[in-house]
Design a protein around this ligand. Structure first.
Ligand SMILES: Nc1ncnc2c1ncn2[C@@H]1O[C@H](COP(=O)(O)OP(=O)(O)OP(=O)(O)O)[C@@H](O)[C@H]1O
Ligand SMILES: [Mg+2]
Length: 352
């Protein structure tokens, strides 16, 4: 039993997502064989949801390589962040975005106003209008795009034909989707620290094989914190769309969102406002509009900040339901999808 034979055995252990063996991936370090004991480290470049199953597979592979022999195996698992930063710097250029037309962030000062709903449906509406569209779910703490598109059990593949590992986005409904949610189980909480969250997020944009796109939408997490600033600073955005509900108290949140993009060292255009939950229409009374959060709030906000009102989306049960089952309402020919089609055509007008 020696180091080389242990390494050979470990070359049979594949990473379930990255589709290479653990030795070639550089995860295995410091193999030592002494006194009836095999020791080595599994060093992951970032917290890896598969680390414990990989560890188990490594043990099995070694036991199978030396049947009948009596020895102990000790494997130390670690995450080494510095390595990921180095790798990211090397691997991440802006090549992934070389053939992407417009990169547009969807933001809001406050959570739960419907950014993801708007982003997903806008992506589908643009695709239905004949454009090539991709969407990145930049919510590394609470990704919702996999659920909203019923792709939560998909596992993206990695293409390394260019010498760099590029993640292949998931294609469905005519849109290319990417989310950190694809790399963790659907109910697994994601716990990242600041710089790692920023890096993971940039990977979801810059290390993806987008190919040719007319639009890449970025569904931002709520708020205007460090992650946002770092992202909007580093990505060549065409501009941002701010989503808000119409009530007066939301004004301060819209202002925060607008100011984030307008601050001096960021200075990206705010393309417009989307007023979500603009009115309520019950299913059985499709012509009735109830302005439960107040009327014309979105219009007034847009005027105050000197930006176009790109769209008004009503609050209707089918929008919520279609989000829950993962079939965006913009796919359908129901009247509820019209608001998203209008939003798409207004966005195109503004960009022109
Ligand atoms: N126009 C609408 N009509 C009905 N339900 C809606 C509408 N917009 C959003 N919702 C529902 O409201 C909830 C929150 O929406 P969504 O997840 O899109 O918000 P968000 O701003 O992305 O939230 P977060 O800040 O957590 O990322 C979801 O259950 C969604 O289905
Ligand atoms: Mg969201």
């Amino acid at each position: 039993m020696d180091k080389n034979r242990i390494e050979a055995a470990l070359m049979g252990v594949m990473h379930p997502v990255r589709e290479k063996d653990v030795v070639s991936l550089g995860i295995v370090e410091d193999i030592k064989v002494e006194d009836g004991k095999v020791r080595f480290k599994l060093v992951f470049p970032s917290p890896d949801p598969f680390s414990s199953s990989i560890k188990k597979s490594c043990e099995e592979a070694i036991r199978n390589a030396f049947p009948g022999e009596d020895f102990k195996i000790s494997i130390m698992e670690l995450v080494r962040e510095r390595k990921i930063e180095k790798r990211l710097n090397m691997e991440l250029g802006h090549d992934a975005l070389a053939n992407v037309g417009h990169i547009i962030a969807i933001a809001s000062g406050k959570g739960g106003v419907g950014k993801s709903t708007v982003a997903v449906n806008l992506a589908v509406a643009l695709a239905r209008a004949g454009y090539k569209v991709g969407l990145t779910d930049a919510d590394v703490y609470g990704p919702s795009v996999p659920k909203m598109t019923a792709t939560e059990y998909e596992k993206p593949l990695v293409d390394d034909s260019s010498g760099k590992d590029m993640i292949i986005p998931i294609e469905k409904y005519g849109v290319k989707w990417m989310s950190i949610g694809y790399f963790a189980g659907p109910s697994q909480p994601l716990i990242w620290r600041g710089p790692m969250a920023s890096n993971a997020l940039k990977q979801m944009i810059l290390q993806v094989k987008w190919g040719e796109l007319d639009f890449l939408l970025i569904d931002l997490p709520p708020g205007t914190g460090d992650i946002h600033i770092s992202l909007v600073h580093d990505i060549p955005l065409s501009g941002a769309i701010i989503v808000s509900t119409p009530q007066a108290v939301a004004l301060a949140d819209v202002e925060k969102g607008v100011n984030m993009f307008r601050q001096k060292d960021i200075n990206k255009p705010v393309l417009g406002l989307v007023e979500n939950m603009a009115w309520f229409t019950p299913e059985e009374l499709p012509d009735n509009k109830y302005y439960i959060f107040g009327k014309d709030g979105g219009k007034r906000m847009a005027e105050k900040f000197g930006i176009p009102l790109l769209g008004q989306i009503p609050i209707v049960q089918s929008i919520r339901e279609s989000g829950d089952i993962g079939e965006p309402v913009a796919l359908s020919d129901k009247p509820d999808s019209v608001a998203f089609m209008k939003l798409a055509s207004n966005l195109i007008k503004v960009l022109e």
